[in-house]
Design a protein around this ligand. Structure first.
Ligand code: PGA
Length: 230
């Protein structure tokens, strides 16, 4: 499979004009790419930009979703709403959701189940095996093939200190041992253009989840370029 590169813009940038600028630069910079699958997950409010013709092969993802389909859930966004907006992927259980919004494994498990039910692709973020097991409770093995796992060690997220390659590879193997052969496993945490290729080529991940560096079009394009060469 082509490496799957997921840009998580988090709660950035602050204006639509800046979001357009980042998106246009990235779309222009990667329009010739062939060997990498790129997904951008912007804040919901910027999804309108992602309907443009510039989208090309870029896929769109959400950073979160709620498990109920509609109703009295103030402030939430449902999966049917996201489906109407070109969204194919949904990040679930990011460590910032767990930390700042009190998301428990039980809630994350409900979210994964609801994303699968809507036939979207969940990107489940975990820091450890206990989370993985709880977050995948009640999900049958056949469904594992439709899930993407992102190993996101908390110590590496937004710190500039990526996980060491050997440790990351061990963790990847451990995750793999409880999933199906087809389940892609991504690495996330302080990825940049210097270290990106190592996580794919040496540590064996099928892709990357990129935060900070995805907001810098030059750096993001460079990361993708570093994977295209191989
Ligand atoms: P980072 O974030 O690349 O800024 O470390 C990764 C993530 O939170 O998914």
């Amino acid at each position: 499979m082509k490496p799957l590169i997921v840009a998580n813009w988090k709660m950035n940038p602050n204006t639509l004009a800046e979001a357009e600028q980042i998106f246009n630069s990235v779309a222009e910079g990667i329009k010739e790419i062939k060997n990498t699958e790129v997904v951008i997950c912007p804040p919901y409010i910027y999804f309108s930009i992602f309907n443009s013709q510039l989208l090309g092969d870029i896929k769109v993802g959400a950073q979160n979703s709620f498990w109920e389909e509609k109703g009295a859930f103030t402030g939430e966004i449902s999966l049917p709403m996201l489906k109407g907006l070109n969204v194919e992927y949904v990040i679930i259980g990011h460590s910032e959701r767990r930390k700042y919004f009190g998301e428990t494994d039980e809630m994350i498990n409900k979210k994964v189940l609801s994303v699968l039910k809507q036939e979207l692709k969940p990107i489940l973020c975990i820091d450890n095996m206990a989370q993985l097991k709880k977050d995948l409770a009640e999900i049958n093995r056949e469904e594992f093939k439709k899930i993407i796992i992102a190993f996101e060690p908390i110590s590496a997220i937004g710190t500039g200190n990526p996980y060491d390659l050997e440790g990351a590879e061990k963790m990847r193997n451990l995750i793999k041992s409880v999933l199906e052969e087809e389940t892609p496993i991504l690495y996330g945490g302080s990825v940049n253009s210097q270290n990106a290729a190592g996580f794919i080529e040496k540590a064996g991940f099928q892709g990357l989840l990129i935060g900070g560096a995805s907001l810098n079009p030059k750096e993001f394009i460079k990361i993708i370029g570093s994977l295209e060469k191989n």
